[in-house]
Write a protein that binds this ligand. Structure first.
Ligand code: DX5
Ligand code: ZN
Length: 215
């Protein structure tokens, strides 16, 4: 499967966001991973659609918007208007997941579901035919720079098998604690979209970091 590298701006320098995005664009990133937090679903706040709309003006990168918010369906229109290419919502955050995913797709965006480390794959099973991507969290969402939770590895492998058995080649995205070492592990397990925040933005040479993840 095609490998995609999606640097997360969460650990970028927020004062120079436009430059920080240009840096990873030049460095060969496939997607820009945009972490939206509401302080309710996760114990942290970031930014919302107005900031994303401004960022849309500085890059043509694919915007992969990871909504770590309660009732994400309330914000789908705003993210469409902001220029999001993909909206990923947490299965733990909405009561009507199927409706929410269908609504995202009806707006012409790609749609995905995310699962926290403790959420079983059965929570995603019925939605497999409907989604463009499944994001398995490899840390508890809320902060950049946390350690990779290794017990998610067999979960990635099981999801890849579930998809294969269903005749689907859906993207599996992983998010949290991805670096040179864990990047290899998740790819071996069956993930093909790698989000990386501190690994890409914490080093001097982002281009090199992206290249290493892709290798
Ligand atoms: C965590 C966010 C991640 C985060 C990853 O809640 O969803 O996207 O930015 O950061 P690192 O790569 O530093 O774990
Ligand atoms: Zn994320």
């Amino acid at each position: 499967m095609e490998i995609k590298i999606a640097p997360s701006i969460l650990t970028a320098d927020f004062v120079r966001l436009a430059d920080e995005i240009k840096k990873i664009e030049k460095g060969g990133a496939d997607w820009l991973h945009v972490d939206v937090m509401d302080g309710v679903f996760v114990p942290n706040l970031t930014f919302g659609a107005p900031v994303v709309k401004k960022l849309r003006g500085v890059t043509d990168l694919f915007f992969d918007c990871h909504l770590m918010v309660e009732s994400p369906e309330k914000y789908v229109d705003d993210f469409k208007d902001a220029g999001a290419d993909q909206v990923v919502v947490h299965v733990e955050a909405t009561k009507h997941l199927h409706r929410c995913i269908e609504y995202i797709k009806s707006k012409g965006m790609k749609a995905g579901i995310a699962l926290n480390p403790a959420t079983p794959l059965s929570a995603a099973e019925e939605m497999l035919p409907y989604v463009d991507i499944i994001l398995l969290m490899t840390v508890n969402p809320g902060f950049g720079g946390q350690s990779f939770i290794e017990s998610v590895l067999p979960k990635i492998t099981r999801l890849r098998k579930m998809l294969y058995d269903a005749g689907l080649d859906t993207d599996i995205e992983v998010d949290g604690g991805i670096n040179e070492k864990t990047g290899k592990m998740v790819r071996k397990a069956g993930a093909n979209v790698l989000v990386a925040g501190s690994y890409v933005y914490g080093v001097k040479d982002a281009k090199k970091a992206i290249k290493i993840l892709r290798a």
